[in-house]
Ligand binder design. Structure first.
Ligand SMILES: N[C@@H](CCC[C@H](N)C(=O)O)C(=O)O
Length: 267
């Protein structure tokens, strides 16, 4: 069976988007991994599968490059909203609203959930901040914005060996479902620099949900005021949030090319 796809990216966080609303495309973990492979597949950080749903314009399913299906992806939401014109999307992480704005596409991710109860843990922790650390990454903030994140604020972001420490935190037995690891430096009253080791994808040029979790953590801890400009290796995102409210993230969405491929080529 042949399937059509779109290659898109949000600040270099890249996606293969398959619109399966009219005709189903069977994606397994093994197939997602094969399609995402940058040498033998099409290549992407996440495979995005669009399916029909009753109460929204579409359902967006997200597969990390390692094949794991996860709940939320901020950059892909902007790409899909731009590609399809969808304004209300359903994900495993909850419903999302989207609208085109001056800065690209704005998505509303709903309200963040704070604390270690909101992240799948191997054993319960009842403290506000994580009582353990990993090689200088300490006092992490746990935030769920549809998917699970840990945010560490550090004085010098470039000094952190995220490629080495990221997988250690992501795969710590404390996190049975693993976790996205955000390391951030506050660079101004409303500015944060961020690098993300993504669960199931590794270092990416940008992570939309990571930017949201980090901005919210910074605002909540009084380290920055809203709207926060989050600078990632791939560019900037704006995140707007006030305590008790929903998170609004604005940034670009880029269509690179469209193509077709044989599903059987991927297992
Ligand atoms: N790139 C994404 C997040 C993708 C999912 C994440 N790796 C997870 O496992 O939760 C974004 O832009 O938010």
């Amino acid at each position: 069976m042949r399937f059509a796809f779109h290659k898109m990216h949000g600040l270099g966080n890249d996606f293969v988007v398959i619109d399966a609303r009219a005709r189903g495309v069977a994606i397994t973990a093994a197939r997602a991994r094969a399609i995402a492979d940058r040498r033998t597949g099409i290549g992407c950080d996440q495979l995005i599968l669009l399916e029909p749903v009753e109460d929204a314009d579409l359902r967006m399913r997200i597969f990390n490059a390692d094949g794991g299906e996860v709940e939320q992806c901020g950059n892909a939401l902007r790409c899909v909203a731009q590609l399809t014109g969808a304004r209300r999307m359903e994900t495993a992480g909850g419903p999302v609203e989207a609208e085109p704005t001056g800065g690209g596409i704005t998505i509303d991710l709903g309200t963040p959930r704070f604390g270690w109860d909101e992240i799948p843990l191997a054993y319960p922790l009842d403290t506000a901040a994580l009582p353990v650390g990993w090689e200088g990454l300490e006092h992490g903030t746990a935030i769920n914005v549809g998917n699970p994140h840990i945010v560490f604020f550090v004085p010098a972001l470039d000094a952190v060996e995220l490629e080495r420490i990221g997988p250690i935190v992501e795969q710590d037995p404390l996190f049975p479902e693993r976790v996205n690891v955000n390391v951030a430096q506050v660079t101004g009253p409303a500015a944060v620099k961020l690098r993300v080791w993504e669960r199931g994808a590794g270092l990416t040029r940008a992570c939309g949900t990571g930017a949201c979790a980090t901005a919210v953590a910074a605002i909540r801890r009084g380290l920055a005021r809203s709207p926060v400009t989050v600078s990632l290796p791939g560019g900037e995102l704006q995140v707007d949030w006030a305590p008790g409210g929903t998170i609004r993230m604005t940034g670009p969405a880029t269509h690179v090319f469209a193509g077709e491929a044989d599903l059987e080529a991927f297992g």
